[in-house]
Design a protein around this ligand. Structure first.
Ligand code: NAD
Ligand code: DAU
Length: 337
């Protein structure tokens, strides 16, 4: 039995991972440590909450005593660190919590993992640490880190720390860097759920700048399968890029979503650009493909349709979210654009 501490499992990617993996593996015992910030939602985990190989602990990865207690109590030997403040716009509104959770929190996990001689520490990172591309080229694992937002700089700092623990202490670490995810259970501050839900409400769709920024999209299930492969077979000290080679301009995504929801393009509103907005992301994932035999299984057209249908069929899930605190956040970010 592998005793795993998984952090941030009540968020978008972590909850998709848990829902999938606990039905697939009976040799994993997983403790999910999640602070339940605005982005964490236990409703995402209803299907597995009584699984005998699963425990939930509400708490902060920055809490050294709690993290130590979990390692001891559950004989933790593996860590998968999903927990993070994950939204670029929020990091622009206020950066402190990003450095606290993403940098200090990762340090607490690494230090504790070192004391307990973990057998593997997987850091879930992002392609945003590489900065921005021009019209040509792809991010490889050798692209220098050049983060531009408080969010991406905090993730890059964590990546460097993970690397330092490998070189200095010989810790068995491995890092994944994935491109933009979409799928069920994504918090509606991110482009795809935000635009889909706004369109359903006949609300304006706020496109930043000229709408020509490019993101490279991957279905969350493909990302999670790659994470699991790296967790099982990734080489210690290595970084693996993950992406599905599906570059799209933001405006094209927005038009596609409008069409799928049956709404008119007159809902599009160009608004003031995001400060420091990275122009283009695109991933070269040939390393994980050739070394570990991973490849994306989902076609974008089918997976985006599944995603939009999920938001159509799960109004209760997002209606609860977009009332309350979300209204304050939304008005604060979008009113002055
Ligand atoms: P999310 O914001 O949906 O979820 C983050 C989760 O972490 C939430 O459940 C939240 O409660 C928890 N959390 C936050 N601070 C915490 C703390 N201090 N202690 C414990 N738990 C805490 O994020 P996501 O989109 O699921 O992203 C998960 C990870 O994947 C992040 O590390 C992110 O950087 C990375 N990533 C995301 C994407 C993407 O497109 N969403 C792409 C590549 C990498
Ligand atoms: O690349 C991986 C990253 O992808 C992850 O590390 C981050 O956690 C995740 O949030 C995501 O970052 P982005 O900033 O690329 O995602 P977001 O959904 O916020 O924005 C996608 C694009 O859409 C980006 O170019 C900004 C634009 N956008 C976004 C919003 C929310 C708009 O034009 N209007 C909007 O209202």
């Amino acid at each position: 039995m592998k005793h795993i501490l998984l952090t941030g499992g009540a968020g978008f990617i972590g909850s998709n991972y848990l829902n999938h993996i606990l039905n697939e593996r009976d040799d994993y015992f997983i403790v999910n440590l999640d602070k339940l910030t605005y982005a964490g939602n236990l409703e995402n985990l209803k299907g597995i909450e009584n699984n005998k190989n699963y425990r939930f602990v509400k708490g902060d990865i920055c809490n050294r005593e709690l993290v130590d207690y979990i390692f001891q109590k559950y004989s933790i030997k593996y860590v998968i660190n999903f927990a993070a403040e994950s939204h670029v716009d929020r990091s622009i509104l206020g950066s402190e919590i990003f450095y606290q959770t993403n940098v200090i929190g990762t340090n607490v996990l690494l230090e504790t993992a070192r004391r307990y001689n973990v057998e593997k520490f997987l850091q879930v990172s992002t392609d945003e640490v590489y900065g921005s591309l021009g019209a040509e080229g792809l991010f490889t694992e050798n692209t220098p880190l050049s983060p531009n937002s408080p969010y991406s700089s905090s993730k890059a700092a964590a990546d460097m720390m993970v690397n330092a623990f490998y070189h200095t202490y010989g810790m068995p670490v491995v890092t994944t860097r994935c491109s933009n995810n979409y799928g069920p259970l994504q918090f509606p501050e991110k482009l795809i759920p935000l635009m889909t839900i706004n369109a359903m409400h006949d609300k304006k769709l706020p496109v930043y700048g000229d709408g020509l920024n490019v993101r490279d999209w991957i279905y969350v299930i493909d990302h999670n399968k790659a994470i699991n492969l790296v967790f099982e077979k990734g080489r210690t000290g290595e970084v693996y890029n993950i992406g599905a080679s599906r570059e799209m301009k933001n405006i094209d995504i927005v038009k596609l979503l409008l069409k799928a929801v049956g709404k008119d393009e007159s809902l599009i509103e160009y608004v003031k650009d995001r400060p420091g907005h990275d122009r283009r992301y695109a991933i070269d994932s040939s390393k994980i493909q050739t070394e570990l035999g991973w490849k994306p299984e989902f076609e974008f057209e089918q997976a985006i349709e599944n995603t939009i249908n999920w938001y159509k069929q799960n109004r209760n899930w997002w209606e609860r979210i977009i009332s309350g605190e979300y209204v304050k956040y939304y008005n604060n970010l979008y009113m002055n654009r």
